[in-house]
Design a protein around this ligand. Structure first.
Ligand code: GLY
Length: 253
């Protein structure tokens, strides 16, 4: 059960967000409108929303998921791998003070971004990417052990973040795409496969019995509806332009 989410409003500087996509620059007004729709969709899943003010100094700071890993028992402040994003953690730490008394930290030379972390029950899968390194993943696994959790590493070849290519949607089922479809660590899961041309739809949020998905990916949506999932689609085209997925826009706990 999720009770809270934290989001951060995009600033005007969101148009300068880091990107590997070749989809053009985000349109600020459209990004703001899409962010508001995202918040509404999340509220309709039964959570209270804490929205942090925009920070123009950090173009990517709306992607709060990368700055912390949170669950009922644990709050870990990360060390983002992108140098321009490291300072984003301070405001998120302050916001989490309302909900957690103790914090763990990923420290240099370790880097870890929340987009590379997928929780399935008491186990956490950690992607090694251009943003998360082995030292960060090892620190994180050591922290997990102290809280009765376990963790394992998935080496990514092309994916930006682990959750760019896989989402846990409950019922021992993954939504999975690309290089992760046949990954041996996911062999025991049921799978809904996302086609290469709809890769962005592999990143979804299962929350309190609802499945929030990105709008505009009809094959993925049809597969989920056929499988019996109640979906809520949100248009995130402006965030897709800067490599931002649905999960990146919130911390959920
Ligand atoms: N633009 C999202 C990121 O690069 O982290």
């Amino acid at each position: 059960m999720f009770n809270h989410i934290i989001v951060r409003k995009p600033g005007c500087s969101v148009v300068d967000g880091l990107t590997t996509a070749k989809l053009g620059r985000p349109i600020y007004a459209k990004a703001m409108a899409q962010h508001a729709e995202y918040v509404k969709a999340m509220e309709s899943c039964g959570v209270l929303v804490k929205a942090l003010d925009a920070d123009e100094a950090y173009p990517d700071s709306c992607f709060v998921e990368d700055t912390a890993v949170v669950c009922e028992k644990l709050a870990v402040i990360t060390n983002p791998g992108a140098p321009s994003r490291k300072g984003e953690t301070r405001a998120v730490r302050r916001a989490l003070d309302e909900f957690y008394t103790d914090f763990e930290f990923i420290r240099e030379p370790g880097t870890l971004e929340g987009g590379d972390v997928m929780q399935v029950g008491n186990h956490f899968y950690i992607g090694i990417s251009t943003r998360t390194n082995e030292a960060g993943a090892r620190q994180f696994i050591d922290i997990l052990k102290n809280y009765g959790f376990s963790g394992s590493i998935i080496h990514l070849k092309k994916l930006f973040h682990l959750k760019t290519g896989v989402s846990f949607i409950g019922d021992h089922t993954l939504l999975v795409a690309g290089e992760l479809i046949d990954h041996p660590d996911f062999a025991e899961f049921g799978k809904i496969i996302i086609d290469e041309d709809e890769m962005y739809a592999a990143n979804v949020i299962e929350m309190n019995g609802h499945l929030v998905i990105p709008a505009g990916f009809p094959k993925a949506e049809a597969k989920l509806l056929a499988a019996g999932y109640a979906t809520k689609a949100v248009d995130l085209s402006e965030f897709q332009k800067i490599d931002g997925g649905l999960t990146c826009l919130s911390l959920r706990f």
